[in-house]
Each structure stands twice: as structure tokens, then as C-alpha cells.
Design a protein around this ligand. Structure first.
Ligand code: FAD
Length: 595
């Protein structure tokens, strides 16, 4: 016999934890089931302790799922690996904790261009405030003072502080700001905030802050972890429940009011397709009966695309390399300090310290191609809150350390495209939940994206080598410039370059080598979105502005997959506000008053 609930959430990620907790708090009698593929997360050290977050990503990790793209021809046949959160809290429990908000114009596009009343910046700002407590300035304009998600700027290393000083000196026109999460400020360097509670040093994630407090007091909210949702069940086109697998058993659960698919961008469209909602040719090829012909499902896939470069730092630098490289004795030592100090020290940080949403000036654009300049003029020039790339410097290299001497001190500098032109798609190949997907990641398919990353590589390099702790470039994380090039990689030992030293100059051959480097290394920033886009059905939409899946009843999607267009920021905060908005919509439909 099926268990019966009012609401079922397919996936217990960032957005779902917020939505379910808001609804359960408003009406404790609601019977809610959350079915999550991964494990509980509350007591996992790799979730709670910020500095060891990369251990969620090591091979064999049970808290992330690793999605493989199709081989990408224009990346030399490379397969891109895109990890997603796989634990209660989803990405919020395992991500890099960078707290970044989209720009007002991003949401205004959702409202005006994609025809979604109620989804503009003006309407969403109160919900963004509700979501968070901005610990540096609680209640400052656009910021919250009582929300679950704690944003802080704490435990910054000397590397981070000095990176900010270098940026201000080298780039005085841009200068710095205290806060670029106010929905409008870009092109200013900041100490980048983190989703870390500065009072405890613990990661602030949506399961810990929103769902677990509810689970401890409300027996009407149930969670089934380690459970794969195979499909949504229908009576005609009305969703009535789900079929899922737990401990090898196939189970069903009924939802009398609503099924909310909240399995994240790489999960939700696949759940819909396995349930018979999608493009008929995709469903038929996978052996799934068509219930609703909805070709927009999985038709668009967007991410931000990331280019990393790295430098060596002085031995005295404090970095998270010991944690990223898995140096267990040092992790143990720092863990003692973290615990004894009540959550302070290096392990209370993600090490991602100083950054900027960067927008090239008119002068900087001069060296770029006419095609790029035209694209820039159309997409960016008139939008004062849209940057081209996010640049950030980290105290520590995020990635394997096998190539480095034990104890090496490193810094990773990254460039993340904020609004890439390159998109892909995501479809099922079979009915089975764990089978690989037909996943076209799209990375740098557009020459405009390649040019933007090439440009950003050059800019970023200039900041990195002026840092007082700089001691040379990591050759594996730079293009293979010949030693005769003026832009040749500066192998260690080096000393920092003077602030007013001339910038590198690059030949056409050097540019080609940068493009090759981009092709060999460009990667996900884990910001997948748009596979169930909220836009008109005729334009490839999957859900309407009340998150209803077109052609169905009692079925919504409530996660980042609904983003109809990209947002200029790391995506977690946007997933959180989607969770808040979903709660408002569902509460209204159920006649519940939200707190
Ligand atoms: C490694 C990593 C680093 C990141 N770093 C940052 C960062 O620093 N800052 C930032 O803002 N954003 C970051 N992000 C992105 C951010 O975490 C995501 O955008 C956000 O979590 C998306 O929220 P969501 O609710 O849409 O989906 P998710 O949080 O991904 O939740 C979806 C949940 O559904 C579950 N699920 C999927 N399929 C099924 C199924 N069939 N049955 C049952 N359950 C299922 C998954 O296990 C998952 O828990 C990062 C993400 C990752 C993976």
C-alpha cells in the first residue's frame, strides 16, 4: 500500500529545504514527504566544517553525484564532469559556500523578457532578505537580519587582505566596495562573503538552517534519504504521487495536493522525462510512454564556465592547500584549533577570498574583436549591473595536489563567465534513474565565450603576479607559451611584479595557445540551470510563472532548473530565493498564511 501525503518533494536540495520548511512551519498539519537520493547531512564533518568541503568531491564521495557530459568535439573530445550535491540540503550542503547574489536586471529579465509576473527584482528582494542573515550588516538595504542562511565575511587570510590591496592599487578606477551583493554593484573588488555562520564557524546550508529544525519538532514531515525517485505517477495528466527505490525496493507514495519536482537542474528534467513529460522523440527512444508532449524539457542547459590559473605563494602564506590536498596530520591539527576556538581559524573558511564581478571598460575592449564588441554593446553596455566575468583569488588550489611538493603554498585565480552564450541540453537515454544522460554541456561552443575567457585569463594573470606573496606561475595551470614568448610562464622562483610594471603582451600565436588551454581545462562552476525553464510554452518553456508544469495538474518544479536565463552570480542564493518564492506560491494556492 502507498503511504499518503499532502505534498511530496522529489529531491531535498537547496530550494526544497527552504520551501518545505516554510510550508511546514506555516501549517504543521501538512503531511510532507521529501525523497532524497543522498544521505542525511547534518552530522557529516565534510558538510559542517567549511575548510574540508572539497572532500565531498573526491572519487567515491557519497555526497556528490558526478555527471559525465557527452564527449565534446570542440574540446578535443574531452568529457566534462559536472558534480551536483547529493545529500539532504543538495548543493548547499556540499558547495564552495560562496555567497553571491544575481543582479536586479537578471530577475527583471525573468519577469519582462520571459513573461513571469511576480519574478522581478522588486518582488523577489523581500524574499532574498527573508532567506538570509547578512552578518556583516544585518538589515542593511536589500539584506536580511533574521533568515536562516548566514552570510559572513570572516576568517579572511592575509593572502585575501593583500589581494584586495593589490587590486585597489593596480586597478584604482575599479577600486573596492564593502558589499557587491546588493543586486546592483559590480566592477568593485571585495572580500567575498561566504555561507558560513561567523558565530559558530559552521557551514550555513539549507538542510541545517531550514529543514532539520522542522524535522526535530514536526512529525508530519518525513524524509526518505538514500532513495531514488524513478518517476512521477499520473492519473491522466494529474500528478498523484511518485515511484521511488529505497534499499532495492520499489515503493510508491501518494500526494493528495501536489508533487514538487526539486531534484536540481541535472535531476528535475530527467524525472519529468522518465515520467512521460518531454519531447516525444526523446521519450520514445528511452522507452517511456508520452503523457505530455513538452519539448522544452531538458532542451536548454546553462552553466557558468570556469577557467582556472594558479601561482605559487611564499612558504609563509596561510592557505587551505593542506586541506585540499588531504594532508591528514595537518587537517587534524587545524581541526583541534577550529574546535578549541569555537569555529575560528583556517578551517572556518572556504579560502575563496577576494573577487569582483568584472566588466571591461571601453578602453579594455579595444583589443577585442569587432564581433565581441558588438555582442558586448548589445548584451552588457546598457546594463549597469551586469559584469562579464567573475574573477576571484583563493588561498589554496582547489583540486588535486599530487603534482606538487608536500607543503607547497598555492593560489588559484579563476575566471567565471557570468552570461555564457554557449548552451547545451540534457535528456534521458533510458528509464533508469542512474543511467548516464545524453548531456551536452555546451562549454565554449560560442567563439564569444572563448574570447571572453581569453581576455579574462590575461586580466587575471596581472593581479595574481602582483600579489606580495607571489613566487611564480604553475606551468600546468597556464597555457604552454614557448620560452621565446614575451608572455612565457614565469616559473618559480620569482618575486612579485611591481604594481606599475607593464602588462604582458601576447602575439596571435600566444592567443591560440590560450584558446587551446581553455579547451583543455574549461570546466563547470557547478551552476547548472535552465533545464525546466519558466517561460511561455511556445518559447520552449516547461513551467509557468506559478511553477506549474505545462499540460499537467498538481505538478510543479521548484529549483534552479526553472531559471529561464542565466544570472550573473554563483547560483546558490538564486536557488534559495526560488525556494522562498515556491513557498509563497504554494501557500497561496493551499490557502496557508506564511510567517
Ligand atoms: C561542488 C559544488 C560547488 C558549488 N559552489 C557554489 C558556491 O560556492 N556558491 C553558490 O552560490 N553555488 C554553488 N554551487 C551551486 C549551488 O549549490 C546550486 O546552484 C544549488 O544547490 C541548486 O539548488 P537546487 O535546489 O536547484 O538543487 P540541488 O541543491 O542540487 O538539490 C537537488 C537535490 O535533488 C536530489 N535528487 C536528484 N535527483 C533525484 C532523484 N531522482 N531522486 C531523489 N533525489 C534526487 C539531489 O541528490 C539533490 O540533493 C555549487 C554546487 C556544487 C555541486
Amino acid at each position: 500500500m502507498s503511504a499518503e501525503y499532502d505534498l511530496i518533494f522529489v529531491g531535498g536540495g537547496f530550494a526544497a529545504c527552504v520551501t518545505a520548511s516554510r510550508l511546514a512551519t506555516a501549517d504543521p498539519n501538512l503531511k510532507i514527504l521529501i525523497v532524497e537520493q543522498g544521505p542525511h547531512s547534518e552530522d557529516l564533518p565534510q558538510v559542517a566544517v567549511p575548510g574540508i568541503y572539497l572532500s565531498n568531491m573526491i572519487p567515491g564521495s557519497t555526497t556528490q553525484r558526478f555527471h559525465m557530459s557527452n564527449p565534446v568535439e570542440h574540446l578535443g573530445g574531452r568529457v566534462a564532469v559536472v558534480p551536483t550535491g547529493r545529500a539532504l540540503g543538495g548543493g548547499s550542503a556540499v558547495n564552495s559556500m560562496i555567497y553571491a547574489r544575481a543582479s536586479a536586471s537578471d530577475f527583471d529579465e525573468w519577469k519582462n523578457v520571459h513573461k513571469n509576473p511576480g519574478w522581478g527584482a522588486e518582488e523577489l528582494t523581500p524574499l532574498m532578505e527573508k532567506l538570509e542573515t547578512f552578518q556583516p550588516a544585518p538589515g542593511a538595504p536589500t539584506h536580511g537580519s533574521t533568515g536562516g542562511m548566514k552570510g559572513s565575511i570572516g576568517n579572511t587570510t592575509q593572502f585575501g587582505l593583500e589581494a584586495l590591496e593589490v587590486a585597489k592599487k593596480y586597478d584604482p578606477t575599479r577600486g573596492s566596495a564593502l558589499d557587491t551583493n546588493d543586486l546592483k554593484t559590480i566592477d568593485k573588488w571585495v572580500l567575498w562573503p561566504k555561507w558560513v555562520d561567523e558565530t559558530t564557524g559552521r557551514r550555513s546550508d539549507a538542510a541545517y538552517e531550514f529543514l532539520y529544525p522542522v524535522l526535530k519538532t514536526n512529525k508530519n514531515v518525513a524524509v526518505s534519504v538514500d532513495s531514488d525517485v524513478n518517476r512521477v505517477l499520473f492519473d491522466g495528466t494529474r500528478a498523484t504521487g511518485i515511484e521511488y527505490t529505497h534499499n532495492g525496493q520499489t515503493l510508491t507514495a501518494k500526494a493528495s495536493k501536489l508533487v514538487v519536482v526539486s531534484a536540481g537542474t541535472l535531476g528535475s528534467s530527467a524525472v519529468l522525462e522518465r515520467s512521460g513529460v518531454g519531447a516525444p522523440e526523446v521519450l520514445k527512444a528511452a522507452g517511456v510512454e508520452v503523457i505530455v508532449d513538452l519539448p522544452g524539457v531538458g532542451a536548454d542547459y546553462q552553466d557558468h564556465q570556469l577557467l582556472k590559473q594558479a601561482v605559487y605563494l611564499d612558504d609563509s602564506a596561510e592557505t587551505l592547500d593542506f586541506a585540499h590536498g588531504g594532508d591528514m596530520p595537518k587537517i587534524g591539527m587545524h581541526m583541534e584549533e577550529y574546535k578549541a576556538s569555537g569555529g575560528k581559524g583556517l578551517l572556518a573558511s572556504n579560502g575563496i577570498e577576494t573577487g569582483i564581478k568584472y566588466k571591461p571598460s571601453a578602453q579594455e575592449l579595444e583589443g577585442l574583436s569587432p564581433e565581441f564588441q558588438k555582442f558586448f554593446a548589445e548584451k552588457f553596455a546598457t546594463k549597469s549591473d551586469k559584469g562579464l566575468v567573475w574573477i576571484a583569488g583563493s588561498a589554496g588550489l582547489l583540486g588535486p595536489h599530487d603534482d606538487f611538493e608536500p607543503g607547497a603554498k598555492l593560489s588559484m585565480w579563476c575566471s567565471m563567465l557570468l552570461y555564457p552564450e554557449s548552451h547545451g541540453h540534457l535528456h534521458i537515454r533510458t528509464k533508469n534513474v542512474n543511467d548516464p544522460l545524453d548531456f551536452d554541456c555546451g562549454f565554449v561552443r560560442s567563439p564569444l565565450d572563448l574570447e571572453a575567457l581569453r581576455y579574462s585569463y590575461k586580466r587575471t594573470r596581472e593581479y595574481a603576479r602582483r600579489h606580495p606573496m607571489y613566487r611564480g606561475e604553475v606551468h600546468q595551470l597556464h597555457p604552454a607559451f614557448p620560452s621565446s614568448s614575451k608572455a612565457a610562464v614565469a616559473l618559480p622562483p620569482q618575486t612579485p611584479v611591481a604594481i606599475d610594471a607593464p602588462d604582458f603582451t601576447y602575439t596571435a600565436e600566444d592567443d591560440k595557445l590560450i584558446d587551446e588551454f581553455v579547451g583543455q581545462t574549461v570546466s563547470t562552476t557547478w551552476h547548472s540551470m535552465s533545464t525546466c525553464a519558466m517561460k511561455p510554452r511556445a518559447k520552449g518553456g516547461v513551467v509557468d510563472s506559478n511553477l506549474n508544469v505545462y499540460g499537467t495538474q498538481s505538478l510543479k518544479v521548484g529549483d534552479l532548473s526553472i531559471s529561464p536565463s542565466n544570472v550573473g552570480a554563483n547560483s546558490g542564493a538564486t536557488a534559495g530565493v526560488i525556494g522562498e518564492k515556491a513557498a509563497v506560491i504554494i501557500a497561496q494556492e493551499l490557502g496557508i498564511q506564511l510567517a
